[in-house]
Design a protein around this ligand. Structure first.
Ligand code: NAD
Length: 252
């Protein structure tokens, strides 16, 4: 495979999940050294590192904790020295009805924003400082079609966090290009991972794929390939875009 990412250290959050695992494998195949972040799945993270011949690092951090993202960045820099890329991939998708209690409603919104958005914002803040001081870098935010077209009645927080992530990507792109820093959002529709399987278990497969013209969920490898492409040093001008990967189910 083309080693277009040779020598780049890239932090991937939520790396033991379905999309994160595919991203790590693809980045490694293209020559990068992934910094594998995990929350709880130490065994999965170790096995992922072994699958790329140990050519990367493992870092645990709870992104639901206020200091979690900052601690993660500190450890990533301590491990790799120079970090060239940040992939904000960790995320949760919580179902909460507007009929939920005030306490449950507030808790669901706060947790969703903490993990899906505030953690990405905190990591981006730290990454921008590091990239500015070291000759640039790239940020890739895994957003969602839900952040573009709006979402379902029982998942209002998820769509809102992803819309915020797309906006953050645009603002970084506009603000720090002169420092050699780019930011791109990737907006998948359904991707075949545990997150999608959880949805299918409740709502059925037809609810996931019936409005997708290509008729199927995306494979994690499709997202991973695109992340690697965005991280290529040759892609100097790919900045501020939201890349839709949704089988034509949302066309702008
Ligand atoms: P997944 O559930 O397989 O992986 C999510 C990852 O996030 C896991 O590794 C998990 O450990 C990590 N994570 C969650 N909470 C954490 C916490 N508190 N601290 C540390 N890590 C935490 O899901 P996935 O489908 O691989 O999702 C990856 C990203 O893609 C998410 O941001 C998701 O919103 C987005 N996405 C997924 C789909 C889909 O259909 N699967 C579609 C669009 C966007």
């Amino acid at each position: 495979m083309n080693k277009s990412l040779k020598g780049l250290a890239v932090l991937v959050t939520g790396a033991t999940g379905g999309i994160g695992t595919a991203i790590v494998k693809r980045l490694a195949a293209e020559g990068a050294r992934p910094i594998i972040h995990f929350g709880r799945d130490k065994v999965g993270a170790e096995s992922l590192l072994a699958s790329i011949d140990g050519n990367g690092w493992l870092i645990q951090a709870d992104l639901s904790a206020a200091d979690g993202p900052f601690a993660l960045w500190r450890k990533a820099v301590a491990a790799a020295g120079r970090v060239h890329g940040l992939v904000n991939n960790a995320g949760i998708r919580t179902e909460i009805s507007v009929q939920a209690s005030e306490v449950d409603w507030k808790a669901a919104w706060q947790k969703e924003f903490q993990i899906n958005f505030f953690a990405a914002a905190d990591l981006s803040k730290e990454a921008i400082g590091h990239f500015k001081a070291n000759g640039g870098g790239r940020i890739v935010n895994i957003a969602s079609r839900a952040g573009q077209r709006g979402y379902a009645s029982d998942t209002l927080p998820y769509g809102a966090t992803k819309a915020a992530l797309i906006n953050l990507s645009k603002s970084i792109a506009r603000s720090f290009g002169a420092d050699g820093i780019t930011a791109v959002a990737i907006a998948p529709g359904w991707v075949r991972t545990d997150m999608a399987e959880d949805f299918i278990a409740i709502h059925g497969k037809a609810a996931a794929v019936s409005d997708i013209p290509t008729g199927e969920m995306a494979e994690p490898s499709e997202i991973a390939e695109l992340v690697a492409f965005v991280l290529r040093p040759t892609q100097v001008s790919l900045n501020g875009a939201t890349l839709d990967v949704n089988g034509g189910s949302y066309i702008r």
